[in-house]
Design a protein around this ligand. Structure first.
Ligand code: ADP
Ligand code: MG
Length: 340
């Protein structure tokens, strides 16, 4: 990137790299010098590739928000306090440069970073012949324990924050609008905007994740690939089975209105859609009141959706789905769901 690279880094430094908590030395030297002040570090990284993870015409504001949010969501799932980020930008060379693009990108980034006190402490900037690619490393702090995937125990309840399926429904709409394969359905402008906001600008559940860990929750993960797929990671890692009540899954008002009388549709979005960035928690029922208090204080919906059970006698880890207490068989088109 030669000359342009330095101007760009200076833009990032002055806007996003202001002195933050625990930053001894930020953007501008060979590496960042960070002070976890005796606490323990939690680190995560996610990469977003243009045309694969986002539409190439995405607004830079939304791209920055989402790229940061998906990383912060991983910290939330561990119960960590988010502190610092590193940003690798691989930018395709463009005649017009990145001035206006970067302004909008930084606005989206700072909207989220300032809300959670996350400082951009460093990164790398290169040009590429390939698609725009962003890699973000997020660093957070914990005092003692993290919430993990391998600690669900029979008897635990399963909770989900927020609502599921909005982003998947919005993606269907966006794909149809672009003439790509997706499910078409009637939708008002207001409904579409609400769903699209959830797809483009997910909210990492950082405050809740940290508070849940402080309440004693040991098992959580964030829901990024679809509720069933992500829950199955917990079940496999913990060697347990789960019973999930489909009629308890939390749906937004918009999704309830859209799904209407079509159960196949409303099951598929929350169960197998992705990009929700809600937290799935497994913990003893004794923590229920404390968790609900935390959620209420954050105006966050927290829904009990099922329970953890011992694995089958043959050791098979699986999910039993129920509808009004009756076991349910899913559409055969969901073959992978049965395979859980
Ligand atoms: P070096 O050549 O020593 O790796 P660079 O020229 O790549 O240094 O980067 C100079 C400084 O700018 C470093 O502090 C680096 O962390 C920071 N930096 C570079 N690119 C970014 C970026 N995309 N976001 C944040 N900081 C960046
Ligand atoms: Mg470099």
């Amino acid at each position: 990137m030669a000359g342009g690279e330095f101007a760009l880094i200076e833009q990032l430094r002055s806007r996003l790299g202001k002195a933050g908590k625990g930053v001894r030395l930020g953007i501008g030297d060979d590496a960042a010098w960070l002070d976890p002040a005796g606490r323990q570090l939690v680190a995560t990284m996610d990469t977003l590739v243009g045309d694969r993870h986002f539409f190439p015409d995405v607004r830079p504001y939304d791209l920055a928000w989402k790229a940061l949010a998906v990383n912060l969501s991983d910290l939330a799932a561990m119960g960590a306090e988010a502190r610092w980020c590193l940003l690798s930008l691989a930018l395709p060379l463009r005649a017009a440069g990145y001035g206006a693009w970067m302004e909008d990108f930084m606005a989206g980034w700072s909207a989220l970073a300032e809300r959670y006190g996350v400082t951009l402490a460093g990164g790398d900037t290169v040009s590429t012949d390939g698609p725009l690619t962003l890699s973000i490393t997020a660093l957070g702090l914990v005092d003692q324990c993290v919430m993990r995937r391998d600690t669900a125990r029979p008897g635990d309840m399963v909770w989900v924050t927020g609502s599921l399926g909005d982003a998947a429904a919005a993606l269907d709409l966006a794909l149809v609008e672009r003439g790509q394969e997706g499910q078409s359905f009637p939708c008002s402008v207001a409904q579409q905007e609400a769903l699209e906001a959830r797809r483009l600008r997910p909210t990492p559940r950082l405050e809740f994740g940290e508070a849940a860990a402080a309440c004693g929750v040991c098992c959580a993960m964030d829901c990024s690939d679809g509720f069933l797929a992500d829950l199955s990671h917990i079940l496999e890692a913990s060697g347990v089975h789960a019973r999930i009540a489909l009629d308890a899954l939390p749906l937004s008002r918009e999704l309830m209105d859209l799904a209407g009388e079509d159960p196949e549709r409303w099951q598929r979005w929350p169960l197998t859609g992705g990009d929700d960035y809600e937290l799935i928690l497994c913990a003893p029922a004794a923590l229920s009141a404390a968790l609900q208090r935390v959620a209420a204080a954050l105006s966050l919906r927290l829904t009990a959706v099922g329970s953890i059970q011992s694995p089958n006698p043959n050791g098979q880890v699986a999910v039993t789905l129920t509808w009004r207490d009756q076991s349910l068989s899913l559409p055969s088109s969901w073959g992978h769901v049965h395979a859980l």
